[in-house]
Every structure is written in structure tokens, then in C-alpha cells.
Design a protein around this ligand. Structure first.
Ligand code: FAD
Length: 523
């Protein structure tokens, strides 16, 4: 007999992992081996526009996990399976081969994954041998707990957040850390079926998702694998001061950030409410790749933050006016979009949440789309953002909004093209947050920006990058441009520097977008 914990792409950690913790407890109780299992599914990665960077990050983290698990005498079985339609029967086959009595996993809220898991449960029930336990783990407060009076999911963030925050004080404590899996019976090493699992290799890459050597190196510098790296980043955010000009492909953990002296108000989180929108400094946590892949739990992030705010009464500071409160709100946005995904699965089916905008007429222009992807639109803040994404696999939130809005409202290209490109490029690509962000920018989503409130990219540039350092760093053509010209270089200067001139005039594009949104179906 054995117990299996089925690890997926969003829960790559050992610590504070509910399904893993429960699987371990069950194995110890029953006195039987525990196996951790991860099945790579390349067809799913194609279908869900997964980036090669995310797959590479997954493999790097799996290796780190395997090494740690070996000391707990828990093997990590990593395999790849195609086609994805037969994944459930493949898994049941493995469980039967290992004589498994109980399968544990954390719930994934994406439609394809939910359907797959239901199939696994059905097959297990039919076989009559394996019990399946799927648990909520991804969010701070799981979907289904925060509901409107009518019992539906919220579609506007502010009331969602007002209803979400008091749940932090619920009993049992939603922030409680799930016990770390205990060392399992040593005899598993000698076991004829399981012993060999310790010696299996984890592939270097997945076919079709290979990174160039240069990109792989870059990703390793920017995004170290492992739970320790995630925890260090969290501490860096909570306890150290931001350093100006900390941009680009550098290891954030060795940047020499100084611990904020005693006063958390001086730390990055303390200044988050006022500094978070500055893209020319390193003011945010950079935890999104780790939260998306579950390398650190959102619970742990909030738990530590609450300790910092000294919230003895379990009342977290959730005011927008403080750094801590504002950061808790941002993490709550992650919960919000996951709840939306769980309540309204159509958002993951390429549909606008607001059906009235389904017929907005988009331009078809491959040249413009490519220029946007390459960071060559001639609008410096947009180009800097896209080049940051292309080189680092990550982009600051404010620039994600600016680049997304520019694609949709200025170039008038379908938001789904941008959504796909972000997924294919970013290391933190996550369906719920990415779709949420894109539908916000495209004014089609839950609680979106109204369609007539269109960002002026030049004003945004002045606000987010007042020093111009961000643009100069990521757009080397403009590296020597001083003063305001860096935000909107005059045509002659741009030509001299070999920098493109914009394809559209913002004011004209704005009028066009408003007209198209007002009259869906008409060009
Ligand atoms: P911090 O500012 O330190 O915030 C802490 C954490 O809160 C983040 O790591 C993230 O998990 C969560 N968070 C913060 N803002 C948001 C938000 N607006 N929506 C949801 N969660 C949030 N985030 C992703 O993780 N994956 C994506 O694929 C993704 N795509 C996006 C696409 C668009 C068009 C937009 C506008 C936003 C997108 N975001 C996405 C949200 C946000 O931009 C990133 O989470 C954030 O920039 C990550 O930086 P950080 O970790 O330093 O964030």
C-alpha cells in the first residue's frame, strides 16, 4: 500500500502545502510509504500558452524539491504524459501499479484541470480502491467562502475585499501553516517498487519548450529556484529598503539591500502605498513567479506581513493608506481573480466577461502586433515594458497596465492576442491574474477600467518613471536622452537615434477606441 501526493504546477513546495501535509499524515497514520508525483503534460502547456520560461522554472524547482524530499525519505516521481485526454487513466494506472490507497492533491480552478480531476475521481470510484482527497490551498481565503448576499461570487473588487478581510480572523485560522511532511518510513529506500523512484532523473527540458542557453542563464539570475529563495525575497520586501535604479537582469537577493533599521515604515512594504507605482526603482516584492508556481504560499506571505504589523488581535491592517494594508490588498486581488475563475469559468474560455463587448471590432495588423511584442512601437514606456518582459520574463504591474491598454485601445488589437503573448513570455504567467489584468485593461472584465478612461501613455510615463531611468535602461536607443524627451522623443531626434516613430497618434486612437466600444459590431 502507499499514499500519493499529486503535485501540480501551482504548488511546487513542501512547506505549508495542505494536500502534501494531509498525505503525509495519512501515510504516517497508516504506516505506509508516501510518494510525491508530478506528471508533465506538454499538450496542456501548448493548449494553455505556457511559456518555456515557466516550464524551465518548474523543472528547476522540481529538482530542488526532489533533493529536499530525499532527506524525508519521500521519492518524487516525475514523468511526462501525452495525450492529455488519457492523463486520468494513466494516473489511475500508476496508482494501481503502486497499490495506492489514497490520493491527495490541491485543487486547480482552471476548467480543463477541474474536468481532468473529476475524471480521475470517477475512475478511482469505479475501481473501488483509491480514495481521492482534493483540498483548497491556492488562495488565502478559498473560493466559495466570500460570497454576495445572493450566494454568488463578487464581480467588483472593493466589496469583495471588504467581505474578504474579516475572514482572516475566522476560526479555524485560515492562515494557519499546514504541518510540514514528516520523514517517512526509511524502508521505502529498500522497497522493490519505490526504492528505484529515488534514482529517476528529472528531464532538462520539455520538447517544444526549450530555452536558449543565454535565456536559461538570465532566468536563473533573476529567478532563483526553491522555497528558500522565495522566503528570502519575502523578507527582503518586508525588512529592507528599496534601492533606486535596481533594474534589469540582476539577482535581487544579492543586491546588498540594507535592513530597514527597526522601523518597518522604512522598508519596501512600509513604503509600498506611495512607491509601488514607480517603475524606475525596485519597490515591489517580485514574488509573483513564486506565488504563481506556489513556491511560497499566499498564506505565509500574509501571515508574515501581519506579524510585522503587530496585529495581535488578528486584525490585519487593510487600509489603503498604509504600505502593509495596500500590499495585503494586492495579494487579495490574486484571490479575487481566482474566485472569479471558480465562479465564472467562461473567463478561461476566451470570452469577455461582459458579453456586450464581444463584438467590438478589432484591427488586424501583424506589423503593429509584432512591433508591440518587440518593444518597437515608438512609445518609450510601452517599449521599455515589453523589452523588460522579453528579457526578464517579468514586468512591473503599472507597465503591464500601460502596455496592455496601448495594445487594445491605441493599436485597437484584440486583447486576447496580448493575453496570449504575456502567457508565452512571462515566467509568472497565470491564467486567473493574466486574464483578469487583460480584461481590466480591455474594459471587458469584472470591475474593469471604464472603456472611455483611456491611459495617455505619455502621462503614465511621466508619473511612473519620473527620472526616465527605466526607459533609458530598457531602451538603449534612448540611453543618452535627457529630460522630458525620453518620454516622447521628437521625430527628428528619434530618427537620428534609430528609434521608431509611433504608428498611431494617441488622441486619434483614443477617439477610435471610444467609438468602437460605444458601437460594438461597427468599425
Ligand atoms: P507586488 O506588487 O509585490 O504584489 C504582491 C503579489 O500580489 C503579487 O506577486 C501577485 O501575486 C499579487 N498581485 C499584485 N497585483 C495583482 C493584480 N493586479 N492581480 C492579481 N494579483 C496581483 N500577475 C501574475 O502573477 N501573473 C500574471 O500572468 C499576470 N498578468 C497580468 C497581466 C496584466 C495585463 C496586468 C495588468 C497584471 C497582471 N498580473 C499578473 C498582476 C500583477 O501585474 C503582478 O502580479 C505583479 O506585477 C507582480 O509583481 P510583484 O510580485 O512585485 O507584485
Amino acid at each position: 500500500d502507499a499514499v500519493v501526493y499529486w503535485m501540480r504546477m501551482e504548488d511546487l513546495r513542501i512547506h505549508d502545502n495542505r494536500a502534501f501535509s494531509q498525505a503525509s499524515a495519512q501515510a504516517i497514520r497508516d504506516g505506509i510509504p508516501l510518494v510525491a508525483m508530478f506528471i508533465l503534460s506538454p499538450q496542456d502547456y501548448v493548449a494553455h500558452d505556457r511559456s518555456a520560461r515557466r516550464i524551465d522554472f518548474t523543472l528547476r524547482n522540481l529538482r530542488a524539491i526532489r533533493d529536499k524530499l530525499a532527506s524525508l525519505h519521500i521519492p518524487l516521481y516525475v514523468d511526462s504524459h501525452t495525450p492529455r485526454t488519457t492523463l486520468p487513466s494513466h494516473i489511475l494506472g500508476l496508482l494501481s501499479q503502486w497499490n495506492v490507497s489514497h490520493l491527495f492533491a490541491n485543487i486547480e480552478y482552471e476548467v480543463d484541470e477541474l474536468r481532468r480531476d473529476i475524471k480521475v475521481c470517477e475512475l478511482a470510484k469505479k475501481g473501488g480502491r483509491v480514495r481521492c482527497t482534493f483540498v483548497h490551498d491556492r488562495c488565502v481565503i478559498p473560493p466559495g467562502i466570500v460570497k454576495t448576499k445572493e450566494g454568488r461570487g463578487y464581480t467588483v473588487f472593493s466589496p469583495f475585499f471588504r467581505a474578504w478581510a474579516p475572514h482572516l480572523a475566522d476560526k479555524p485560522d485560515p492562515l494557519a501553516c499546514a504541518p510540514t511532511p514528516e520523514p517517512n518510513a526509511k524502508l521505502i529506500h529498500d522497497h522493490k517498487t519505490f526504492g528505484e523512484l529515488f534514482h529517476r532523473t528529472i528531464p532538462d527540458s520539455v520538447e517544444g519548450f526549450e530555452l536558449t542557453t543565454e535565456d536559461a542563464e538570465q532566468m536563473k539570475i533573476c529567478w532563483k529556484e526553491g522555497e528558500d529563495a522565495a522566503r528570502e525575497l519575502l523578507h527582503r520586501f518586508l525588512y529592507t529598503k528599496s534601492r533606486p535604479s535596481q533594474l534589469g537582469a540582476v539577482d535581487p537577493l544579492s543586491d546588498g539591500s540594507k535592513v530597514a533599521e527597526k522601523n518597518p515604515k522604512d522598508s519596501r512594504v512600509g513604503k509600498y502605498n506611495t512607491a509601488r507605482d514607480r517603475v524606475d526603482a525596485d519597490t515591489t516584492s517580485r514574488l509573483s513567479p513564486y506565488l504563481s508556481a506556489g513556491i511560497i504560499s499566499a498564506r505565509e506571505c500574509i501571515r508574515e506581513t501581519m506579524e510585522l504589523s503587530n496585529a495581535k488581535a488578528k486584525k490585519v491592517d487593510v487600509s489603503r493608506e498604509t504600505g502593509i494594508g495596500r500590499w495585503v490588498q494586492e495579494v487579495a486581488w490574486r484571490d479575487f481573480y481566482n474566485h472569479v475563475l471558480a465562479f465564472f469559468p467562461r473567463v478561461s474560455m476566451g470570452r469577455p466577461f461582459q458579453e456586450k463587448f464581444a463584438d467590438v471590432q478589432w484591427e488586424t495588423n501583424e506589423g503593429h502586433l509584432q512591433a508591440w511584442k518587440d518593444g518597437k512601437t515608438g512609445v518609450p514606456i510601452v517599449d521599455a515594458g515589453m523589452r523588460q518582459a522579453n528579457t526578464m520574463g517579468w514586468m512591473h504591474n503599472r507597465v503591464r497596465m500601460v502596455t496592455a491598454m496601448y495594445l487594445v485601445k491605441d493599436l485597437m488589437l484584440d486583447w486576447r492576442l496580448g493575453e496570449k503573448y504575456f502567457m508565452e513570455t512571462l515566467i509568472d504567467g497565470d491564467l486567473a491574474s493574466n486574464n483578469g489584468g487583460w480584461q481590466w485593461s480591455a474594459s471587458t472584465g469584472v470591475d474593469p477600467v471604464p472603456y472611455f478612461r483611456i491611459f495617455n501613455p505619455y502621462n503614465q510615463s511621466h508619473k511612473a518613471d519620473p527620472t526616465g531611468e527605466y526607459i533609458r535602461y530598457f531602451v538603449p536607443e534612448l540611453a543618452k536622452v535627457r529630460g522630458d524627451d525620453v518620454h516622447n522623443p521628437p521625430a527628428k531626434l528619434a530618427e537620428k537615434l534609430g528609434y521608431p516613430t509611433p504608428y498611431v497618434k494617441h488622441n486619434e486612437a483614443r477617439e477610435r477606441a471610444i467609438k468602437r466600444y460605444k458601437n460594438p459590431g461597427q468599425a
